[in-house]
Ligand binder design. Structure first.
Ligand code: PMP
Length: 387
């Protein structure tokens, strides 16, 4: 063991999701509803474009900000959400939305600054705040509001003194979405207390009841918001590592200055795939969305029948049921379910405050497997109730 590890490296905990899956990997016949990635492959046309780019020998770096043609296509696509961004100055193509999150934290957060992070939330926000030297302030959201962030949640947590606010809707891990009205309250809070907003909208295309609304489109929000999106979820391109950030020119420029030293440019092959994805793959995206929607309805109704209360998640590909009556400890429930029935779910507490007593269930899994997993969960819950 080296004693050279930095304090930062030593203090970075393993992801609560991964740790659980290492356990599951050691077992046979496990059905995992734990992984946050599509069970589909990227649309054929996007894959073919990637292959074609390789055959043509397009294996060099691109411009730091990403291929201009791709930035234009991204700008064009953003207009479907009423977002208007200049491809030259206000868009940065990144290695996944993950890189964009990290760059934005480093571009906007100084040591001692506070970043309000609504929870439960995706696991990378708090560590990237820490890497930037900032302090994360958890802002618990609650099942009573279907995990939408409220003005009162922000007030109660003391977010008025924060510098930056993270938003993630549609949400990982809850599947929650926010309406324009709900976003308007959060926008008022951000304006009143001068918070910059980082809005992770990577699941924008996976909405099941209504259209996605971006907080950046609300009055006076554009100049204080960076929007993240990417190709991993809607286009089932997780392994291609391609995302982007949309924001005011000065912030995108600052992010690009960090990106040019740490990444140079996003993966070239993936940029060709993404360009084709935006150009010709909307039918496939819609087909996947419909498949997720069928599974979503099925899973929610099964959990409610089993007695694990599950609010109606309207976005992403997660639901967030409560542990059944008698169980408070979500980690214990997940572990015992795994041991007894070989079904892997992620304990809600892996996603921070507000997640306790819940489980994250990904329905990015085929229907046959979902049915079998729910049968097993039902058998487990019934057997436990009889004990
Ligand atoms: N944000 C959220 C909310 C996510 O769920 C994920 C992936 N699990 C990411 C960002 C990272 O996406 P990418 O593959 O584009 O880095």
């Amino acid at each position: 063991m080296t004693d050279r590890l930095s304090a930062r490296a030593r203090e970075t905990p393993p992801s609560g999701i991964r740790r659980f899956f290492e356990l599951a990997e050691e077992m046979d016949d496990v059905i995992s509803l734990g992984v946050g990635e599509p069970d589909f492959s990227a649309p054929w046309a996007a894959r073919t474009a990637a292959i074609d780019s390789l055959e043509r020998g397009r294996t060099s770096y691109t411009a730091n900000r990403g291929m201009r043609e791709l930035r234009e296509a991204i700008a064009d696509r953003a207009t479907t959400y009423d977002l208007e961004y200049d491809p030259d100055e206000e868009i940065l193509v990144t290695a996944g939305a993950s890189e964009a999150v990290d760059l934005a934290m480093r571009a906007l957060v100084d040591p001692g600054d506070t970043v309000a992070v609504p929870q439960p939330s995706y696991i990378s926000y708090v560590p990237t705040v820490t890497f930037a030297g900032g302090d994360a302030l958890p802002v618990p959201t609650s099942v009573e509001n279907d995990f939408a962030l409220t003005y009162e949640d922000l007030e109660r947590a003391g977010a008025a003194d924060a510098d930056v606010l993270v938003l993630c809707y549609p949400n990982n891990p809850t599947g929650a979405v926010m309406t324009e009205r709900q976003l308007a309250d959060v926008a008022s809070f951000a304006r009143e207390h001068d918070l910059f907003v980082l809005s992770d909208e990577i699941y924008a295309a996976l909405r099941y009841e209504d259209e996605h609304v971006s907080i950046a489109t609300l009055p006076e929000m554009r100049d204080r918001t960076v929007v993240f999106n990417g190709f991993s979820k809607a286009y089932a391109m997780t392994g291609l590592r391609l995302g982007y950030a949309l924001g005011p020119a000065d912030v995108i420029d600052a992010m690009n200055r960090i990106h040019q030293y740490t990444m140079l440019s996003a993966p070239t092959t993936a940029q060709y795939a993404a360009l084709e994805a935006l150009d010709s793959c909307e039918d496939e995206v819609e087909e996947m969305r419909r498949a997720y929607d069928r599974r979503r309805r099925y899973v929610i109704s099964r959990f409610n029948d089993i007695g694990m209360d599950c609010f109606e998640a309207k976005g992403a590909f997660y639901v967030f049921p409560e542990c059944p009556p008698g169980w408070e400890d979500d980690e214990a429930f997940a572990e015992e379910l795994l041991q007894a029935q070989n079904v892997a779910l992620v304990p809600g507490s892996a996603f921070g405050e507000g997640g306790r007593g819940h489980l994250r269930v990904s329905y990015a899994t085929g229907m046959a497997e979902l049915k079998e997993a729910l049968n097993r969960i039902e058998a487990f819950v019934e057997a436990e109730a009889e004990r």
